[in-house]
Design a protein around this ligand. Structure first.
Ligand code: NAD
Length: 414
């Protein structure tokens, strides 16, 4: 995954005509921390896991990025995702840098009690390098508001009352209205922009969604509300389709009870691998990385792809899609709604103030539309695709902030 991000980074650096030395400096994370986390499980056995935090860049502000609990989590994933966070926060113009972390555990095989202990152990080991003005974690795959609440509580034991140490917290514990659905709402907003640019309207489109967790389910619900038909959804256990449009509210209730879309009675079951090549106008990969690859890209039917997940498209697949004229709204723009509302949450925490949901939605909509327009302008001016344009915009903003902090030779120009 790190190689994939590096590929796009290099292409953007070529557009910006950056020297090898500058590329190396901007690409390298400022800090990588790996810790061993020992807990006793519910059977009284000792278990140990590895925790990671990669802090990539802080030129534009405290670092920001999710925590992922997944067996495949490792340093390489954390580094790639931290790097994406740096450009993402710059693209939506929030005052943060980029970081990412996680634990290589499988939450589906653990009790809440074990997850609570493991999360607290992680905070205990990381407390010196996180904080409201240093690095502010947030939810990612398999972490949620409950986990964020535990992090705030544990950190506050050492540092005193610190709601701003983490975002995506429960509403009852200094969370923000609208944070839960923010990434999905951001996806709906950029899809609205993409439809305008292709002369299409909500009623024209049939949408396929891979992943029905926080991002996929909220995106599907909000897109459904605009009048589009969600005709296929898949998760890690299976898929369900309905050519007349799935009843998304019922599907959400089904998943709340059964933890999967599999078996939903309001549609026809299919093998989850088929979702990427579904006969739909819009495809939203909102699960994990490497969903669209050289092996399935020629079969992709959608002509608009909104990347809800981080890194769902490999570079070879990206090139093939660009060549075919498919409009791909890249992850670092499309899924930036989450970090944007995380910024609103952090700002509310610091001011000890609460915003109403309408205000959150309005400000999010404004920022996402501005970011889309800024990326599109770079794409048009430089005659490049939206992904490379997003990297160019992100690197340029970070580079300009970094070089404004220090004395640099005149030839360093972003
Ligand atoms: P989540 O854990 O809530 O949901 C993940 C979903 O993906 C689940 O429905 C799971 O069943 C599905 N999935 C896993 N493997 C699959 C497979 N092989 N085929 C089909 N579906 C599969 O996670 P999330 O928070 O919704 O995050 C999803 C993606 O969005 C990740 O790439 C994450 O980094 C990214 N993201 C999340 C946020 C956020 O605010 N949560 C913000 C930005 C980006």
């Amino acid at each position: 995954m790190l190689e994939d991000s590096h590929y796009y980074f290099q292409k953007a650096a070529d557009v910006l005509k950056l020297s090898e030395r500058l590329r190396e400096i901007i690409w390298t994370p400022i800090r990588t921390v790996k810790v061993d986390l020992v807990i006793d499980d519910d059977d009284g056995e000792l278990q140990h896991y590895q925790g990671f935090r990669v802090q990539h860049n802080k030129a534009r502000g405290p670092m920001k990025g999710g925590l992922r609990y997944h067996p495949a989590m490792d340093e390489d994933h954390a580094a790639a995702l931290a790097n994406l966070m740096t450009w993402k926060t710059a693209i939506v113009d929030v005052p943060f840098g980029g970081a990412k972390g996680g634990i290589n555990c499988d939450p589906s095989a653990m009790s809440d009690n074990e997850l609570n202990k493991l999360t607290r152990r992680f905070v205990e080991q990381m407390k010196e390098i996180i904080g409201p003005t240093i690095d502010i974690p947030a939810p990612d795959v398999n972490t949620n508001a409950k986990v964020m609440g535990w992090i705030m509580d544990e950190y506050s034991k050492y540092e005193g009352f610190s709601p701003g140490v983490v975002t995506g917290k429960p509403l009852d514990l200094f969370g923000s209205e609208g944070r839960d659905e923010a990434t999905g709402r951001g996806i709906m907003i950029v899809l609205d922009e993409a439809l305008k640019s292709r002369g299409k309207s909500w009623n024209d489109i049939r949408v396929a969604v891979q992943g029905f967790g926080n991002v996929g389910s909220n995106a599907a619900r909000l897109i459904d509300e605009q009048g589009a038909n969600i005709i296929a959804v898949a998760d890690h256990l299976g898929g369900v389709s309905n050519d007349d449009g799935l009843d998304i509210d019922s599907l959400i209730s089904w998943v709340a009870e059964h933890r999967t879309v599999k078996g939903f009675p309001g549609g026809v079951a299919f093998d989850n691998t088929e979702i990427i090549t579904w006969n739909a106008d819009v495809l939203i990969p909102a699960a994990l990385e490497n969903a669209i690859t050289e092996n399935n890209v020629s079969e992709v039917k959608a002509d608009i792809i909104i990347e809800g997940a981080n890194g769902p498209t490999t570079p070879a697949a990206h090139e093939a899609l660009v060549k075919r004229g498919v409009l791909v709204v890249p992850d670092i723009l499309a899924n930036a709604g989450g970090v944007t509302v995380s910024y609103f949450e952090w700002a509310q925490n610091i001011q000890q103030f609460r915003w109403k949901k309408d205000r959150v939605d309005e400000e999010l909509t404004h920022r996402m539309r501005e970011a889309y327009a800024a990326v599109r302008d770079v794409a048009e001016k430089e005659n490049i695709d939206m992904r490379i344009a997003a990297f160019v915009l992100g690197i340029r903003r970070v580079g300009r902030a970094a070089t404004s902090r220090i004395h640099v030779p005149e030839e360093v120009d972003f």
